[in-house]
Ligand binder design. Structure first.
Ligand code: TMP
Ligand code: ASP
Length: 237
């Protein structure tokens, strides 16, 4: 498979065209961003770790019946993915209160949420990804009501698959963010990535933070911690 010109450069990944018109190449870089690009650092091996982690999780989701964008691992830092028309909306499920939810509602970090909460955010760094509701998504034609219903159902299904997987590794899946796209058949497919950059994971016993909050909060050992998460769920990187 041949890598062609650069299509889009995000904060942590670059997307390239390939010689297959249906496939793109995702390159996971070492760049690590927080606060909508305000804090950016290069962390050694982060690209490789997230590429392999994402591939492992997407394979687990595929085996559980979720359609994902991922096609194949191409190299340490690159994956082949199906071309999608991405929906500019982020889907967030929370099993425990943390992050922006605590700030917004003034609630204490760590309160368990049963059933899990579900929220939509608009993918827009300049506006700091504002929270939006279904009527905004339909009104501005970012997605149809049927697509919204599917995105919510799929995100909750992913939570039901991954929370037990991380629990087996002694971790709490606190929250995570997913993005979806539409393929050439019009089907909703899970896109972007699932990695410790886009979720919160705490040690179940001590509640030690293992995810990108280590970077956001300057706690150190960021990539080491991502490797520990992987190893706890059976992936040695
Ligand atoms: P939040 O607490 O900042 O709203 O984030 C909730 C979860 O979603 C957390 O695991 C981080 C993830 N997330 C991203 O990865 N990127 C984003 O742009 C947003 C808004 C959230
Ligand atoms: N992903 C966003 C950023 O890169 C938000 C965050 O993770 O804090 O800035």
């Amino acid at each position: 498979m041949q890598k062609l010109s650069e299509l889009y450069r995000g904060k942590a990944k670059t997307v390239f065209l390939s010689d297959d018109p249906d496939l793109l190449i995702l390159e996971f870089r070492n760049d690590t961003s927080a606060f909508d690009g305000e804090k950016i650092e290069q962390l050694d091996r982060k690209g490789e770790v997230n590429n392999k982690f994402n591939h492992y999780i997407m394979q687990k989701l595929e085996s559980a019946g979720i359609k994902t964008q991922v096609q194949a691992l191409l190299s340490d830092t690159e994956s082949a993915v199906k071309k999608l028309d991405m929906i500019p909306v982020e889907c967030v499920v929370r099993n425990f209160a943390a992050g922006s939810l605590c700030k917004r509602l003034g609630v204490e970090e760590g309160i368990e949420l049963v059933p899990p909460t579900f929220e939509f955010f608009l993918k827009n760094d300049a506006l700091h990804d504002p929270m939006i509701n279904e009527s905004h998504i339909v009104g501005f034609k970012w997605a149809t009501q049927a697509q919204i219903d599917q995105m919510r159902a799929l995100t909750l299904q992913v939570n039901a698959i991954l929370a037990p997987l991380f629990a087996e590794g002694g971790m709490l899946l606190v929250d995570f963010k997913l993005e979806f796209g539409v393929d050439k058949n019009g089907d909703i497919i899970l896109g972007d990535e699932f990695s410790p950059d886009g979720c919160r994971l705490w040690d179940s016993e001590t509640r030690r933070k293992l995810d990108k909050d280590r970077f956001r909060q300057g706690l150190g050992s960021v990539v080491e911690s991502y490797i520990e998460i992987a190893s706890r769920i059976g992936l040695d990187i």
